[in-house]
Design a protein. Sequence first.
Length: 343
Amino acid sequence: MVVPCYRYGHLLRDSVGSVLDQPDVDVRVLIIDDASPDDSADRALELAAGDPRVEVSVHPDNRGHIGTYNEGLLEWCDTDYAVLLSADDMLTPGSLGRAVDFLDATPEAGLVYGHYVRFDGKGALPPVRTGSPTWRRYEGQAWLRRRFSHGNGCIASPEVVVRTSVQQAVGGYDPALPHTGDIEMWMRFAARADLGYLRGVDQAYYRVHDLSMSTTYYADGGLGDLRQRWAAYAAFLEKDGDRVEHRMDMERTIRRRIARDALWRACRALDGGRGDREPVDALVAFALETYDGARGLSEYRGLRWRRAVGNRISPTVRRVIPTALWRRARQELWWRQWKRSGV
């Protein structure tokens, strides 16, 4: 278990405690303090002094979160399975045992994940499901097709247990992807192994707060998030494209998905009266740059319609009419196809 920490010393006891209290598994914990300017290193050393299963590494200089992650996963981990748990997150009771049961029984799987529960740390922890899960195994290529279709990451990180041998094979997080390095790395796993999902249980607590690193990528209307998402898929295709079935179709799929998301954000900005505060033109330019068929997308047509009507009708109507028209068009298309089929 690798627990990177930067200025989260006050949260370490809960985070590390959620690991040490896991039943039915043997655990080792490495806390890596990345040159925190507060007392985080001292708090980590206190935990290590109280439990021989805990080790501490303190950086004299800040190496950043990617370097810290990779140090723990690639240089320190030598057990069958590994977990990266940020110091502000926690495991749910029994999560490691549930994950290990799946990985022990499914040697073809490189990792297993489950549902995570968001919390803000301001009150009691939300209730979680900790019973016996239903296992679902995804063939790697099928999981990749789903990710390229959706264009996002379905994994937060604390709910993941990886097979260390596969982690060593795929390598660590890409320093060029500070926001979406996890998405890109999970795809490298899927290019080499199957993945597992534990259905019906909650595997981790994921803390949401203003200091979360991801919040900075949404401050510009989400353009930063979109750029990093596309960069993750592009980096994966550059590294492991030869392992991807139907690579050209997959690349076109993800380009279209990212472009649609950019145009949708631009539409929402106009609907909310934020067109003068959010980078609508930059979102549109990014969509056109990413996907050569962006002008043919329904979101692009909806955006042009919104700009044409301006403030002449209410935002509610601007949102509803293009959606209704597009739904009607799809229904008519289906009706024509059904009649031609002769069914």
